[in-house]
Design a protein around this ligand. Structure first.
Ligand code: PLP
Length: 429
């Protein structure tokens, strides 16, 4: 009988043995950054990869080992690495002057594209998805004159808005009432109980980082109905999910929230965030009003993001490209789930379209609670085994396909996962 700890130890030793330069750079990094890390999600044991270069769908580490990049920068890297049209747009932006400390046409053009595509009356730009959500929540509080917000237990909206197992100690100090994802009646009751104090309900229409769990149409319908009835601002965090349909996941669901937030790929791979929606709420930020709310940000309209984002959204991630990419992701997820069924292992691929999350779990997964007790060591083992096959994804099982990933790449992924199953089968049944 195989032992999980022994298998993981052996995999970690093999990982370390093949990466002396990565290990040395990790030790060097740890002299100047806590744990050698400046972005928590990138840490993996025994030490994380350090990439030296990337091209197309391939990344190469400092030890010279190459991998198919299936992580896709946690959904921001939809264009793959060094897409020629992105490079051209970035060079054109650089040639025209970086950041003017003034308005320019680039921000108007990107705002026109984003509002039309994602059905917003008005939009404002930020530098990250975290900021976009912070501003959307602040806008909701000022608009309603109420203090509390309702995120979902297990939701993620940025480094200061992290609600797994309660709330992160570094969260912004909002007064929170935790909703229960996909629990229609419990959450309806909570909204009713706190209605007078509740400014906003915020959720992802599919939990991305939270495990690829989709909100049920009944849950979304209840939230829309209750928030509308009670004057609460409904915010969809579409930082990740907007890539799943040409108009974002809300368009696919046919439900319009009051505000939406965007991030990741929309800026063409540059730092990006945006919040927007109903004109009466967004008008709070209109500086021609004597009571306007401030919304600062030195790089909010930076010329690189504005110009490259516009090219990316109009010429590359077109509605047709979006549909094709998501169809490829659906095919890959189906093939993975077929494998899991065929081998009768406790594994499941969740998500929608081009976002796939593999869980070491069987059965229904409708809320973050359903995956709470899954074995982290099995995720680590899958991660290390796939790395050994030259495939890079997130340790938590998350993949986001880029436009550079081909059907042949998907075949390779299926073969590698099948290899993992046959090698580790005793641990997975
Ligand atoms: N919201 C969601 C759903 C996310 O997945 C993320 C990042 O992963 C964020 C917000 C935060 O975006 P950023 O990392 O750009 O601050």
């Amino acid at each position: 009988m195989q032992d999980i700890d022994a298998a993981l130890n052996a995999a970690q030793l093999a990982f370390t043995g093949k990466r002396p330069k990565t290990k040395a750079m990790h030790d060097r990094a740890a002299q100047v950054m806590p744990g050698g890390n400046t972005r928590t999600v990138l840490f993996t044991a025994p030490f994380p990869l350090r990439v030296a270069s990337a091209q197309g769908s391939t990344i190469t580490d400092v030890d010279g080992l190459s991998y198919l990049d299936l992580l896709g920068e946690y959904s921001a890297g939809i264009y793959g690495h060094s897409h020629p049209r992105i490079l051209e747009a970035a060079r054109a932006a650089l040639d025209n002057g970086l950041n003017y400390g003034a308005h320019h046409e680039g921000e108007v053009k990107l705002a026109e594209v984003v509002t039309k595509r994602f059905n917003m009356d008005l939009v404002r730009f930020t530098n990250s998805g975290t900021e976009a959500n912070m501003m959307a929540l602040a806008a909701a509080r000022c608009f309603t004159g109420r203090k509390k917000i309702m995120p979902m237990d297990g939701g993620y909206h940025g480094g200061t808005l992290y609600f797994s197992h309660g709330a992160s100690p570094v969260n912004a100090p909002f007064d929170c009432v935790m909703g229960q994802y996909n629990d229609v009646e419990a959450t309806r009751k909570l909204i009713a109980a706190h209605a007078d104090d509740l400014a906003a309900v915020i959720l992802e229409p599919m939990l991305g980082g939270g495990g690829g769990i989709s909100a049920s149409p009944a849950f979304i319908a209840m939230l829309r109905e209750e928030t509308k009835k009670r004057g609460i601002v409904l915010i969809f965090d579409e930082v990740m999910t907007s890539r799943l349909h040409p108009g974002g996941l809300s368009a696919k669901l046919g439900v319009e929230p009051d505000l939406k937030t965007l991030g990741k790929y929309v800026g063409g791979g540059m730092s990006f965030g945006a919040f927007g929606g109903r004109s009466d709420i967004m008008a709070l930020f209109d500086p021609t009003s004597p009571t306007a709310l401030p919304h600062a940000g030195t790089f909010n309209n930076n010329t690189l993001t504005m110009n490259v984002g516009h090219v990316a959204m109009t010429e590359i991630y077109t509605p047709e490209a979006c549909a094709a990419l998501n169809a490829r992701g659906d095919r890959l997820r189906d093939r993975l789930n077929d494998l899991f069924m065929r081998y009768q292992v406790k594994m499941k691929a969740m998500g929608q379209g081009s976002m796939i999350v593999i869980h070491p779990a069987a059965g229904e997964i409708n809320s973050p609670h359903d995956i709470e007790d899954t074995d982290k060591r099995l995720r680590q083992l899958l991660f290390l085994d796939l790395l050994d096959e030259g495939i890079y994804m997130a340790e938590r099982g998350f993949m986001a396909l880029s436009l550079m990933v081909t059907d042949a790449d998907c075949d390779r992924v299926v073969r590698a996962v099948e290899g993992y199953i046959t090698r580790r089968r005793e641990l997975l049944v």
